[in-house]
Write a protein of this length. Sequence first.
Length: 362
Amino acid sequence: MDTELDAWQTPEAQEKLRAIARTYEPGMPQTCRTPGSLWFFAVMLSGDIGRVREIVDAAVRTCRAAPGHEWELAAGLHMRAQMLANRTDWAGDAARDADESLEIYRRLGDLWGTAEALSARAEARERQGEYQLAAADYEAAIEQANRLGARAQMAVLTARLGSALLEAGESERGERLLREVIDRQESSGSGHEAMPAARLFLAGRLGMTGRIPEAREQLRLLREEFRIAHFVVFDAFILGAEAWLDALDECCEEALDKTRLALERAGDPLSLAIAPQMRSSYLVTAATALAGLDDGERARDAARCMGAAEALLPPRHVMSGMERETHGRAERRTRAVLGDEAYEAAYAEGGDLSFEEATALV
């Protein structure tokens, strides 16, 4: 059951999660080690996202104070680093946590942990826009995983490296690595952990370079092969990508239909915990589609969505290349319909809207 995320969405499973979540308190020593540390996932999957940050902070404090908990401290730090990298609105320093975790794992001679800490630091650097440094960390992590013969871990890290290289300007190499990950997994029939990320990253690259039919095929295969593609977070990612491709392809009504669903999934507490920037990103996709409807009022709604998207961005969020391109396209299209003065007025209105109010425009 623990490997089938959709099985946790039933009412009975949710009650089981809530029971587990009620059993422990943040900072208990037993929550710092397996299996007690798995309590964290019960809390997260039951939707109590506010408590998640409290749990990881308390685990780090407990491990620092408890003798003989060095490895557990490293694990807690690298988990917190991954969370902080994805949540720029949470105070903290993901790279600092990853550095300390890396130092401990290396001192203990833990190759797997070293690879995980390097990956966590790479994620933090990606979120800060330091893509070359992130790529170097992913390469170092792959080397550690290779020493262990951990092929599944290597495939996941290679997919992340490919994405970082796309952002760093090494587009041809990045795309080649993503295709290699997909080809290897298809030929071996294994490594499904890496396949979803590789297909999603490749679809983004293909869409950015005008190869929309091939991008659509990558997403179709992703839905077909990835058995938990309908789980709320993954469904949000895939729907958002599908809507974006429709908007690029001038299929505006279809793009809006998918964006509505993507926004609904993006507002789920679990989605907000993992990727809080999704709501903003999908409002920009909606704006692209709305401005393409040749309707002045809908174009004003597009500008309002753009203003709301800006206001909803997490603090210190660094846009990816795809986000920048989508934002620029939506703004140019909307300004062309409305003119600068009307665009600015509607954009300012959007900045005062709640997420629910902005979503209602779509």
